[in-house]
Design a protein around this ligand. Structure first.
Ligand code: HAM
Length: 432
């Protein structure tokens, strides 16, 4: 017998039963994006490698260690996207979105790929839900983007902490870099091997090191430093004021730099208590130089992305139900085998009226069919029996209450539709 083949390490199969939760979160994200005026964008899952080298930054862990990079048949280096912002900024330039009305507000959802050591909440293929805004300078948009990400989490009942910071701009960030360099140069031997290199190439990355010790030393070295230039300081103050206006609670974290190099000014991260090292459920910030870096006109940008797997993990940890409806509304059971044709006709009619309907196809006994109906999770079961049919009736069983009534066959579709509506209004804890 041939040996079995497993899925690649760090990936998951999302099976029926679980996939409904994903769909619920994805649908909720779509809905909130439309409410806030975002349109969907889809870009390829692979791009030319230099896009990420240039956009995300060559000294970041993502580029140095985590990219899935390969040569295609024409020897061009391609990479599976590790994130969505650089590809969308590329599309903004390539598809000339800058020549239309500004700002351009887009959202996306889909798989991203990072080669990292898999653990709970960390995968090699994971899924992000994200938004990007191009062409808006005002700190009001920073506040709105942050507020939207928190609004989304709040709708699920999630309790999360919001950390915010300003990482400054090309003018003031070198001051921070210098301070870190000066503070850590004398303690080289205490830093991990990666951070010794980072100190020379990009000391800010030490604040983002996976080693707690390195981060602690960098935090010490950066403590008390107010390096922001007046413009960045003013922008950050306004963002905080708008967040106060919107009643969004936050923690100012001067050591928050995020793991990607394109950020300018506002950076933020949404953290969950208690999911180990993978506390970050989402994060984002401003990237005012990215579009220009890809050959476009000077254009401010801001956005965020959340990890879908992490959102679901935290919902589970916080005991929050994911209110997803089952796969089926109605299951048809036949009392006699001869009624199979009638059942098929009725199924088509129910489906044609928008209902999710199914039946048994294994020739099971009525008792076994009822068992299957129970397992299917359908809230209603229609039972066809020749005696009832002769009287123009069928039995309708409410699986939640266990009650059974006779309904005229001619009224069945209307009755089931009405019952289903009432059922889901009762069952849904959140607005569907
Ligand atoms: P990021 O912080 O690298 O930002 O990723 C955003 C979110 O993706 C994380 O907070 C986490 O929930 C999830 N995530 C990242 N890596 C993994 C992984 N290996 N397994 C599971 N989930 C993961 C970005 O990607 C930026 N592009 C966000 C952004 C958009 N900034 C501006 N616009």
């Amino acid at each position: 017998m041939p040996s079995s083949i497993n899925r690649p390490r760090g990936t998951i199969d999302v099976l029926p039963g679980e996939v409904e939760k994903w769909q619920y979160v994805e649908e909720s994200f779509r809905r909130i994006c439309r409410e806030y005026g975002y349109a969907e964008i889809r870009t390829p899952v692979f791009e030319y490698t230099e896009l990420f080298d240039r956009g995300v930054g060559e000294t970041t862990d993502i580029i140095e260690k985590e990219m899935y990079t390969f040569l295609d048949r024409s020897e061009r280096s391609l990479s599976l996207r590790p994130e969505g912002t650089a590809p969308i900024a590329r599309a903004y330039v390539e598809d000339k979105l800058f020549s239309g009305p500004q700002p351009v507000k887009v959202y996306y959802q889909g798989p991203m790929f990072r080669y990292d050591r898999p653990q709970a909440g960390r995968y090699r293929q994971f899924h992000q839900l994200g938004i990007e805004v191009f062409g808006a300078f005002s700190p009001a948009i920073d506040a709105e983007v942050i507020a939207m990400s928190m609004d989304f989490c709040r709708r699920f009942g999630l309790k999360l902490d919001l950390h915010i910071n300003s990482v400054g701009c090309g003018v003031c960030r070198p001051v921070m870099r210098e301070k870190l360099y000066a503070g850590l140069r004398t303690r080289l031997e205490d830093l991990c091997e990666d951070c010794r290199l980072r100190l020379e190439r990009n000391p800010l990355r030490i604040l983002d090191c996976k080693e707690k010790r390195c981060r602690g030393m960098a935090e010490e070295a950066a403590a008390g430093l107010n390096f922001l230039c007046p413009e960045c300081g003013d922008h950050f103050e306004k963002v905080r004021n708008y967040l106060d206006v919107l009643d969004v609670k936050y923690i100012v974290d001067h050591c928050l730099v995020r793991g990607l190099d394109y950020y300018t000014r506002t950076a933020f991260e949404i953290m969950a208590p208690g999911i180990g090292a993978q506390r970050s459920v989402g994060g984002g910030g401003r990237y005012d130089g990215l579009v220009e870096m890809f050959g476009g006109p000077p254009t401010p940008g801001i956005g965020y992305a959340m990890g879908l797997e992490r959102l679901l993990l935290v919902m589970q940890e916080q005991g929050l139900p994911v209110p997803c409806s089952g796969r089926l509304d109605v299951y048809i059971v036949t009392a006699e085998a001869e009624l199979e044709g009638k059942a098929l006709r009725l199924l088509q009619e129910l489906r044609g009226n928008g209902m999710h309907a199914d039946k048994d196809y294994a020739g099971r006994s009525m008792k076994a069919q009822l068992k299957q109906a129970g397992k299917s999770g359908a809230p209603f079961v229609v039972i066809l029996g020749s005696d009832e049919l002769r009287r123009g009736k069928v039995a309708l069983k409410d699986m939640l209450s266990g009650s059974q009534t006779e309904v005229p066959l001619a009224d069945l579709v209307a009755t089931v539709t009405g019952e289903i509506d009432t059922h889901f209004t009762k069952v849904r804890r959140f607005k569907g």
